[in-house]
Design a binder for this molecule. Structure first.
Ligand SMILES: Cc1cc2nc3c(=O)[nH]c(=O)nc-3n(C[C@H](O)[C@H](O)[C@H](O)COP(=O)(O)OP(=O)(O)OC[C@H]3O[C@@H](n4cnc5c(N)ncnc54)[C@H](O)[C@@H]3O)c2cc1C
Ligand code: FES
Ligand code: FES
Length: 491
């Protein structure tokens, strides 16, 4: 049985903290508000949607200190070892002078009832720290995970623009001048030793290395692995599930690598959406666009592709494009590693091919030949921060004679698992890539999928939308002449 060892050590604003008795499911938000009385951080939704609880977490990535906005409501305190947690209380100077980001919110009337304001301030502060000259799109992206019911976003966007312009004249900031000392302190707090703590009947384990993780999972095969906690956090805050023991893997550098070779990208299971974005968007721009629509910035800073894949949700967004791109998943345990096509990982609803003691180590995404076309369409009720009703990925190769030589189509939201549209693919391959083929292939969706009706969409809507997406893909890949012909027909 794993023995108690170590403690969770991090820096909270200026103070170093060491916790040795914390429940594995204790949230950072409760710790801040209840234990530390830092009540500037608010609780709105407790599910990562509203951003009222936004704080910054600084961590070392390849030795460099980066600060990211996160949702304290679904971030577990046990996941914070060797980090710097920055709350809104840390921003103003000791004499009460507001930080320029806060002052800009005042100057531009960015607050009314004020409940959302600390969260907005922290998201803007995260942007201000990482981006000298944010574009309107950068500002929108940074605020995607913050909701305001009263002010309207324009004054807040204006505050963000103003504070970026005023940046060179800033004399006071609690982080900029102490980056080197914070980096040194975090390096000291980082450990390759396993931290293991009991709290009542519960146990929290933070492995220091990948091999320690494999040993721990061999000993505790039913343990809950937690990476970014953007799924697991809600099991706790919304479903009140008791999970025990909990193994935190977010601090494992060995899982945080993203390797690019001539063959493709190998994405470590611990790589967050934010960290993966640049490389994925460069290789597959449409996949990058999809990542920008997963949660808000805070969720993308915490959530991992590994967690999305391992969770096996039929409405997870990354499996459809990954399956269309012929991705493979590598699972590791104490006994070694095995690699399988991602589509084979999904057995049925709630059941993945993950054996006791195994964890997802990485996902490999092969390069797609330049002659092939890829599209990913996410259908949800809101553009931002919404879960898909359905998400479809289409990949096709068309030969010089206009015939389809290969097709890989995968959907989320259409079955109990992310699933390929094998019948639609068969109806396309070998045929001319034209409207008649597409119309005939649309019928094959009925053989591939029998979707459910739920609060996101009816079965009929899903089926029709999937069929229409195939037509959209055709129009977008058919070239201007095809599109013009159709639009003229409609007119
Ligand atoms: C506000 C909000 C918006 C969201 N929007 C979207 C969205 O638009 N699209 C979308 O697809 N998802 C969305 N999600 C869900 C979530 O962000 C993703 O599924 C995310 O990728 C989960 O990754 P994680 O690291 O947070 O996983 P965790 O919550 O840590 O874990 C998820 C599951 O995977 C398991 N797991 C994690 N890592 C491993 C591993 N290495 N090996 C084995 N098992 C592992 C865990 O045990 C758990 O079962 C949203 C969540 C929130 C809170
Ligand atoms: S309280 Fe709403 S995102 Fe955390
Ligand atoms: S100012 Fe009231 S919710 Fe934003």
């Amino acid at each position: 049985m794993t023995q108690d060892a170590g403690s969770i050590r991090f820096i909270l604003n200026e103070t170093e903290v060491a916790l040795s008795d914390i429940a594995p499911t204790a949230t950072l938000l409760d710790y801040l508000r209840l234990d530390r009385r830092l009540t500037g951080t608010k609780e709105g939704c407790a599910e990562g949607d509203c951003g009222a609880c936004t704080v910054l977490v600084g961590r070392l990535v390849d030795g460099e200190l980066i600060y990211e906005s996160v949702n304290a409501c679904i971030r577990f305190t046990g996941s914070l070892n060797a980090t710097h947690v920055v709350t809104v209380e840390h921003l103003a100077a000791k004499d009460g002078t507001l930080h320029p980001v806060q002052q800009a919110m005042v100057d531009h009337h960015g607050s009314q009832c004020g409940f959302c304001t600390p969260g907005f301030v922290m998201s803007l502060y995260g942007l201000w720290l990482s981006n000298d000259a944010p574009s309107p799109a950068d500002i929108e992206k940074a605020l995607q995970g913050n909701l305001c019911r009263c002010t309207g976003y324009e004054p807040i966007v204006k505050a963000a623009e103003a504070v970026a312009r005023a940046r060179p004249s800033v004399v006071f900031d609690p982080i900029l001048k102490v980056r080197a000392s914070i980096t040194a302190r975090l390096q000291q707090l980082k450990t390759t030793d396993t931290i293991s703590l009991t709290s009542g009947e519960d146990r929290l384990i933070v492995p220091g290395t990948l091999s320690a993780l494999a040993d721990i999972l061999a000993e505790h095969p039913t343990a809950t692995i937690v990476a970014g906690s953007t799924d697991v956090g809600l099991w706790v805050t919304k479903q009140f599930r008791r999970i025990n023991p909990v193994v935190f893997i977010n601090g494992l550098d060995e899982l945080q690598t993203i390797r690019e070779t001539a063959d493709g990208l190998t994405i470590g299971a611990g790589v967050s959406y934010s960290m993966a974005f640049a490389k994925i968007a460069a290789a597959y721009p449409v996949f990058g666009n999809l990542i920008d629509r997963i949660g808000g910035e805070q969720v993308r800073n915490m959530g991992t592709i590994g967690g999305n894949v391992a969770n096996g949700s039929p409405i997870g967004d990354s499996p459809p494009p990954l399956i269309a791109l012929e991705a493979t998943v590598t699972l590791r345990s104490k006994d070694g590693a095995r690699t399988l096509p991602l589509e084979a990982f999904y057995i049925e609803y709630g059941k993945q091919d993950r054996r006791p003691g195994e964890f997802v180590e990485s996902v490999f995404v092969p390069r797609m030949p330049e002659t092939e076309r890829l599209a990913v369409y996410k259908i949800s009720k809101r553009r931002d921060e919404d879960i898909s009703a359905l998400c479809g990925a289409f990949r096709i190769a068309v030969a010089g004679d206009g015939k389809v030589t290969s097709a890989r189509i995968a959907f989320g939201g259409m079955a109990g698992t992310p699933k390929r549209a094998a019948n639609v693919e068969a109806a396309l391959i070998g045929k001319d890539w034209n409207e008649a083929t597409v119309i005939s292939a649309q019928n094959a969706f009925d053989a591939d999928y029998q979707p459910l009706t739920d609060w996101r969409a009816t079965a009929a809507y899903r089926q029709l939308a999937a069929k229409n997406l195939l037509m959209r893909f055709y129009l977008e890949t058919g070239g201007e002449s095809v599109q013009l012909r159709r639009f003229e027909g409609v007119a």
